[in-house]
Every structure is written in structure tokens, then in C-alpha cells.
Design a protein around this ligand. Structure first.
Ligand SMILES: Nc1ncnc2c1ncn2[C@@H]1O[C@H](COP(=O)(O)OP(=O)(O)OP(=O)(O)O)[C@@H](O)[C@H]1O
Ligand SMILES: [Mg+2]
Length: 260
């Protein structure tokens, strides 16, 4: 990451005890505009807890989270909705409204930001086409596959054009084909300029892409590897290209471990 690149999300010296046996300890990370970062660590490492602090559903005991112009130490209850409109969030279990159609699920997210129905309809075609679900716009979530439901959740998360998308284990409930599809979609969204932070326990899934990976273990960042990436990340999803790329990229590492 070059120093002049604008930081869209950052965590500074974040610490917090959670329960008796777990704490997040002195977490520091910065995500630049348009960057794609994986947050990797075993189950219980604190990935979801850290993401929750980044969308400010919980707060650090010490330290600070900054997302866009929002600063955790200065947040007030009534400014939370403003923050949530600036970031997109997706989860392993999709969290769609099951009694609303695909169209309605996405439209509701746009409505809360004050978008009128005429504008929603105009934008909806593009959004649904982007996630490949225009033909399913009047279906209800239970009638969709897991991968399709996650694509609806992604459409909803990006509907208000957030600068950053936080994804907590978004492929955790999906088979390999749907996983590939969702990763491709996230890379495509990132290629459009949205920064993405994706948490996963599945290191094997993500290590071949050559992206920056932040490793979390027992509530600490144990490694943060920044990589220079070349071209469109979507290329890397093609397994035949992955190892060649990874080899090429390993010659270009700009920092390695030990980052404060
Ligand atoms: N509010 C809380 N009170 C008590 N303990 C908590 C709380 N929130 C999280 N924890 C604990 O923090 C630890 C980290 O949990 P977290 O869900 O963040 O891990 P994770 O890395 O997301 O794991 P997974 O890969 O299984 O999703 C766990 O031991 C959990 O029990
Ligand atoms: Mg989790």
C-alpha cells in the first residue's frame, strides 16, 4: 500500500476483553480505498468480533476504529444508521427477509437511504443484472439456492454504493461451485472500486489469490502480508493461472510480517 493512498477503514490499538477467556489485543490494520483484504484465522480467533467492531455494533475498550469519516470514539447512537449506509455487510447465513421478494429485500435497503421508488426501479435492473439474478427478482429467498441467496445479500449490501464491504465468512454455507461464484462476484465488485474485507477460516481457499491476508490468532494479528497485485483479481480465480500468478507475485512482496 502506498502511503498516499486514502485509507477507507482502519483500526488503531484496539483492545477488548470478551468474556473470561478471550480478548482482542492491540489490533492495528488499515485498508486503502479499493483494496481487497482477507482476514483469516481459525474458529474462535476473533474475526467476527473484530468485524462487528468495524461496523460498530460493539466498541473497543481501548483504541479506535475509523471507517470513512466515522470514528468509534465519537459515535453517537443516532449516527450509527449513517455509518451503516456507508458500508455494506454480508454474513454466512445471508440474513434476508424471507417473506419479501428478492426485489423487496434490495429495495428496502435503498429506501432507508431516502431513494424514491422510481429511482430504485431504475437502479434495480443494473444491480440485479450485476449479481445475475434479474430473472429471479420476484422470487422469495427460501425458493433460492444458498449461492443465490448470498448474491441477493450482496446486491443488498452494494445497493447504496458503499466504499467498503465487510464480509463475514460469506462462503461458509456454500458448496465449492457457489463459493467460486461468490468470490468472483466479490472480486468484480472490488474491481469496481469498493474496498472489501472478507473474513474466513479457510486459508486454503484464499491463499492462492495473491491478495493481502491478515492473519488473526487468539485475538491478535500475527501476520499482515501486503502484496502488490497486477491486473484483474478475477483472473486469479482460474486455477490454471493461480500458481503462476502466486509465483510471480511472491517476487513483489513489499512487506512481510512484523507490521505494527
Ligand atoms: N460478547 C461476547 N461475550 C463473550 N465472549 C464472546 C463475545 N463475543 C465473542 N466472544 C468470544 O470471542 C471469541 C472469538 O469469537 P468470534 O466469533 O469473533 O471468532 P471467529 O474468528 O469469528 O470464529 P468462527 O470462524 O468460528 O466464526 C470466542 O471465543 C467467543 O466465544
Ligand atoms: Mg466468525
Amino acid at each position: 500500500m502506498t502511503p498516499d493512498k486514502r485509507i477507507i477503514a482502519a483500526v488503531y490499538h484496539l483492545s477488548k476483553d470478551l468474556g473470561k477467556h478471550f480478548k482482542l489485543q492491540d489490533i492495528n490494520l488499515q485498508i486503502a480505498n479499493g483494496e481487497f483484504v482477507f482476514l483469516v484465522g481459525p474458529s474462535g480467533a476473533g474475526k467476527s468480533t473484530l468485524l462487528r467492531m468495524m461496523y460498530m455494533d460493539d466498541y473497543p475498550a481501548s483504541g479506535q476504529v475509523v471507517v470513512g469519516k466515522f470514528v468509534s470514539t465519537r459515535m453517537r447512537r443516532k449516527t450509527i444508521p449513517n455509518l451503516r449506509r456507508k458500508i455494506g455487510i454480508i454474513f454466512q447465513d445471508f440474513r434476508l427477509l424471507e417473506d419479501r421478494t428478492v426485489f423487496e429485500n434490495i429495495a428496502l435497503a435503498m429506501k432507508v437511504t431516502g431513494t424514491g421508488m422510481g429511482e430504485i426501479k431504475r437502479q434495480m435492473t443494473e444491480i440485479l443484472t450485476r449479481v445475475g439474478l434479474y430473472h429471479k427478482r420476484y422470487d422469495y429467498p427460501p425458493a433460492l439456492s444458498g449461492g443465490e441467496q448470498q448474491r441477493v445479500a450482496i446486491a443488498r449490501a452494494i445497493a447504496n454504493r458503499p466504499a467498503v464491504l465487510l464480509a463475514d465468512e460469506p462462503t461458509g454455507n456454500l458448496d465449492p461451485a457457489a463459493t467460486k461464484n461468490i468470490l468472483e462476484l466479490l472480486f468484480k465488485i472490488n474491481a469496481g472500486g469498493t474496498a472489501v474485507l472478507m473474513a474466513t477460516h479457510d486459508i486454503d481457499l484464499v491463499k492462492s489469490f495473491g491478495q493481502r491476508i491478515i492473519y488473526l490468532e487468539e485475538g491478535r494479528i500475527v501476520r499482515d502480508k501486503e502484496m502488490i497485485y497486477v491486473g484483474d483479481i478475477r483472473d486469479r480465480i482460474d486455477q490454471s493461472k493461480v500458481s503462476r500468478r502466486a509465483e510471480m507475485l511472491s517476487d513483489h512482496e513489499i512487506t512481510d510480517g512484523g507490521k505494527e
